[in-house]
Design a protein around this ligand. Structure first.
Ligand code: PLP
Length: 354
């Protein structure tokens, strides 16, 4: 079968490939820990599961409005007000099938063929592929480890062309765990306003922060930046709800209307039962959420120290998310390899895992 050019340019997700490999090894009896996919290992808190069961028993098993049920949008609006000092009306919010689909629908709504989207590297694997699927061109800007892998206003200015349509900001970041300060966002925001660039602000790890750095949303910096920003968030990481597939986006009304029209033809609506589960997640304060965060913090501290003890490895300590992004250049060179991939394969072979 001849496949479209569009799908032929897609790179398969490397994180999913690593997880598949780990799973295969586990199946064959090897004692491996899978660190591929970004997913809490806890089950979803019981009160959320119970809310979903109740919703099903109450007959909430039909289609909902494409952009999500009103009660959930109201809960999301309250969350924005409480956590981010942001006022969004319900027509400025769309509930989606995970944050991933919020991002995809946003790119579909803003990009025309050949529009460029600036993505600071290192970045989460799906941004580039979603931009390509939407007809856009990903423009990767390498950041400096010395600057905590954060894009500077100068780097942004240099990457802008007359085709630049949008910039992706992910704070806390997957994979580095770094976070932008208000001051850094202000400078980046000024450049975006000057060149009329839309900011896609992926804040999915907002609730997983382990230091005293405050999360700041690009949209809360000024009204003009709010008008220019699409905020992406969801319950997957904050509430151990990856499999329920509930995310959301907030932004200007015309954009949200376009995204809702798009969703009405692609997903119809995010799963009804999962929307009621997310409503419970946002309506109740639960100690279980903090408990999960405390366990992540403990693991981070343990692993960080272990990595720092390996000769030739170094790592900037993350503020948020649940990833470590160690610098292995020295270890790779010390062992006589020219690429990280080769060295990893060698390690796996040594343990007879490849
Ligand atoms: N954004 C980032 C940076 C992520 O790491 C992920 C998931 O790994 C997502 C978005 C997607 O989240 P969801 O599972 O809600 O689609």
């Amino acid at each position: 079968m001849k496949l479209s050019k569009r799908v032929q340019t897609l790179t398969p997700s490397s994180t999913l490939a690593i997880s598949a490999k780990a799973q295969a090894l586990k199946k064959s009896g090897e004692d491996v820990i899978s660190l591929g996919v970004g997913e809490p290992d806890f089950n979803t808190p019981a009160f959320i599961i119970e809310a979903a069961v109740k919703a099903m028993k109450d007959g909430q098993t039909k289609y909902t409005p494409s952009g999500g049920i009103v009660e959930l949008k109201e809960a999301i609006a309250r969350k924005f007000k409480h956590d981010n000092h942001l006022d969004y009306t319900l027509d400025e919010i769309i509930v989606t099938t995970g944050a991933k689909h919020a991002l995809y629908t946003a790119f579909q709504a803003i990009l025309d063929e050949g529009d460029e989207v600036i993505i600071p590297a290192p970045y989460w694997v799906s941004y580039t592929e979603q931009v390509k699927l939407s007809g856009g061109i990903p423009v990767i800007v390498e950041t400096e480890e010395a600057n905590d892998f954060k894009l500077t206003a100068d780097q942004l200015e240099r990457a802008i062309t007359d085709r630049t349509k949008a910039l992706v900001i992910n704070s806390p970041s997957n994979p580095t765990g770094m976070m932008y300060t208000r001051n850094e966002l202000e400078k980046i925001g000024d450049v975006c306003l000057k060149h009329n660039i839309i900011i896609v602000s992926d804040e999915i790890y907002e609730k997983l922060i382990y230091t005293n750095v405050n999360h700041v949303s690009m949209a809360e910096i000024s009204q003009s930046l709010k008008n220019q920003t699409i905020v992406i968030n969801g319950v997957s990481k904050s509430h151990a709800m990856t499999g329920w597939r509930i995310g959301y986006a907030a932004g200007p009304k015309s954009l949200i209307q376009a995204m809702t029209n798009h969703a009405s033809h692609t997903t119809s609506n995010p799963t009804t039962i999962a929307q009621y589960a997310a409503l419970a997640a946002y309506s109740e304060q639960s100690a279980s959420i903090d408990e999960m965060k405390n366990v992540f913090a403990e693991r981070l501290n343990t692993l960080y120290d272990l990595i720092e003890d390996i000769p030739g490895m170094s790592c900037r300590k993350p503020h948020g998310a649940f990833y470590l992004f160690p610098n292995v250049k020295e270890v790779v060179a010390m062992n006589g390899f020219s690429s990280t991939d080769e060295w990893v394969k060698h390690c796996l072979k040594q343990r007879k895992l490849l």
